[in-house]
Ligand binder design. Sequence first.
Ligand SMILES: C[S@@+](CC[C@H](N)C(=O)[O-])C[C@H]1O[C@@H](n2cnc3c(N)ncnc32)[C@H](O)[C@@H]1O
Length: 225
Amino acid sequence: MKHWTCLGEAPIQGTNRTLSLYQGKDDFFIKISSGGGELMSTRKHGSEDALGTLPCQRLRNPETARVLIGGLGMGFTLAAVLKEVGPAAEVTVAELIPEVVDWNRGPLGMHSGRPLDDPRTRVHIGDVAKLLRSKRGYYDVIALDVDNGPEGLTQGSNDWLYSTPGIVAAQESLTPDGILAYWSAGADQAFHERLRRCGFLVEEVTVFAHGKKGARHKIWLASLR
Ligand SMILES: C[S@@+](CC[C@H](N)C(=O)[O-])C[C@H]1O[C@@H](n2cnc3c(N)ncnc32)[C@H](O)[C@@H]1O
């Protein structure tokens, strides 16, 4: 049987749940308390990588891209974005739980290649929704993976990010050629339609959790042209 050590625990604001970081022999996972189960594992991050790679590969000018990622998790989406954009890019990652940032600065960070140490990375500790509301026509890519998908898991208040007002706020903070990307554990036709009704052209991509096997996750790529 595998032996796991709990390295830390953090409250999830506005809930009575906690996030916990566990370390095994050569991997880590983050778990949500009260039966919420495993949120992330360093063994499976194909779809988190794709959330960073796919929108950035569609940019006309990745050299100077301004990217917003919400949230940090285990840093795989951030690391994937940094591989695609140039030296003059600016990549902001918003993370609600300060301990998650600390965990990534510690031993967990080696699994994603320590993207927080990259000089292009800016960390915002707080709700990604606040950044979306405060910028107009600014980001070339917004990549959101704050929850299990449109049907949330960690935080009810994240529902706003998948609602029509949240999508419109994200749209307003994008540049005209910008791309809005969402990660989800599964399909959601109603959410897909909501993106379309907000005026987006929508591409829905199915990606494996790990290599060419395991669970199939969804990424929506929404653009205005
Ligand atoms: C599934 S993980 C993200 C995984 C990430 N894509 C990766 O590559 O590891 C979700 C993260 O979003 C954070 N989060 C949840 N709601 C948030 C919000 N409203 N704003 C910023 N971060 C949030 C959680 O604390 C958690 O660290």
